[in-house]
Write a protein that binds this ligand. Structure first.
Ligand code: ZN
Length: 399
């Protein structure tokens, strides 16, 4: 299949290339060339007139929860039975694929007995295994179940009370097949529902988990919404911070120096604002939450601005399922990153090759001669207008 006459944007430069042709054989890219100097192609090659569209690498959603659907009551859905969770994942897989997402990094799923393989473990792991080798569904790297201090997400997370229990739980997740580990570095909520400004673990308590995981070739990532939690995680040598809604300039510099990724999930704030109108009974639609929302949103955007300014590598995520977004809304996060001050090409990079770097998957989110034919065609110029990413016209994996 020959895609002819497209523009191309890969998130690595602010320059849009135009007049580009890509020849695909099977699931590989044969070559990427200027349309005016295409090498000859075999007879019978199908030609797609791609003029007026932009080729973009397949997107990488770096913060997703495959087995949960999102929506205004997303937390309730964490205790759905395994059959429902698996059905959610199948639906999400189709949404991801059609919206141009080629890779999904799952950062937490509830535990249960998988109805297909009958294994009792994090439910996203069976999903990952069954999707392997399927062109029509995303490639998945999955953390097991969230590991949290007792009292945080009770009934959903793996609850641990001591550093020793945390280490044991972490080992078990890897034994059961997790690709990475997800630790909650927020403390259990106070009775009034607020997240206390304190880290659940010290850096010294966390370090053995990170070292154990590293010795087994796995990364550890930390959910953080407070500064103390983020500091402790970075101090312990964490690979990445999820959300990072409260990061100061000093910590941002440390992150840049240590190569810690910041996985952004800023679009959730916009989503929550809509619930005040569409779902008045939702927890985040309460007057109290809506009142503090602008302040929390401003702090989160400022944190992102600081990490970006410090040179921290930023990777984009929706938090669908474990947050309120849906699986086909990564474009919303790209828009949010531009709102936070990234240039559109940098925001596109966060949703493509930076995700590949985060995953340690050099082919993810990139395009090259001989590489996988994992790209999409969008209508418009994503380097001028990030909303172009909502307008997916074709995906190379479902030609
Ligand atoms: Zn999440």
């Amino acid at each position: 299949m020959l895609y002819r006459g497209a523009a191309l944007a890969d998130g690595k430069s602010p320059q849009l290339r135009t007049g580009v042709s890509i020849l695909v054989t099977g699931d590989r890219i044969e070559w990427i060339r200027p349309s005016e100097s295409e090498p000859p192609v075999g007879e019978g090659t199908k030609v797609v007139d791609a003029r007026g569209s932009t080729i973009v690498p397949g997107l990488v959603d770096c913060h997703s929860h495959l087995t949960m659907p999102g929506g205004s009551h997303w937390i309730e859905r964490g205790t759905d039975p395994p059959e429902t969770c698996i059905a959610n994942a199948e639906h999400n897989g189709r949404l991801l694929s059609r919206s141009g997402v080629r890779w999904a990094r799952d950062v937490g799923s509830p535990r249960g007995i998988d109805p297909t393989d009958r294994r009792d473990r994090a439910l996203a792991l069976g999903v990952r295994d069954r999707w392997r080798g399927r062109r029509d569904l995303p490639y998945v790297r999955a953390a097991g179940t969230w590991i949290a201090k007792t009292g945080y997400l009770p009934g959903v997370a793996v609850s641990v009370s001591t550093p020793e229990e945390m280490l044991t739980a972490a080992r078990q997740q890897l034994d059961e097949g997790a690709d990475l580990l997800k630790l909650m570095m927020d403390s259990p909520r106070a009775p009034d529902g607020s997240v206390p400004e304190e880290s659940p673990w010290t850096a010294d308590e966390l370090r053995p988990v990170i070292e154990m995981a590293r010795s087994r070739g796995a990364f550890v990532t930390a959910h953080t919404s407070t500064l103390p939690g983020a500091r402790a995680a970075v101090g312990a040598g964490i690979h990445s911070l999820e959300h990072g809604f409260s990061i100061d300039a000093e910590l941002a510099k440390t992150m840049a120096r240590q190569g810690v990724f910041h996985v952004s999930t800023l679009a959730v704030f916009r989503s929550w604002v809509t619930f005040a109108r569409t779902s008045p009974g939702a927890p985040v639609a309460s007057a109290r939450t809506q009142e503090v929302l602008p302040k929390r949103r401003a702090a989160a955007f400022e944190s992102l601005r600081l990490t970006h300014a410090a040179g921290v590598r930023i990777a984009a995520g929706t938090d669908f399922g474990g947050g309120s977004l849906r699986a086909n809304q990564l474009a919303w996060e790209v828009e949010a990153l531009v709102d936070a001050g990234l240039a559109p090409w940098e925001a596109l990079g966060a949703a493509t090759y930076r995700g590949g770097e985060l995953l340690g998957e050099p082919e993810a989110g990139t395009l090259r001669d001989g590489g996988p034919a994992d790209f999409i065609l969008v209508h418009g110029d994503p380097l001028d207008d990030p909303r172009s990413l909502w307008r997916v016209w074709r995906t190379a994996w479902e030609p």
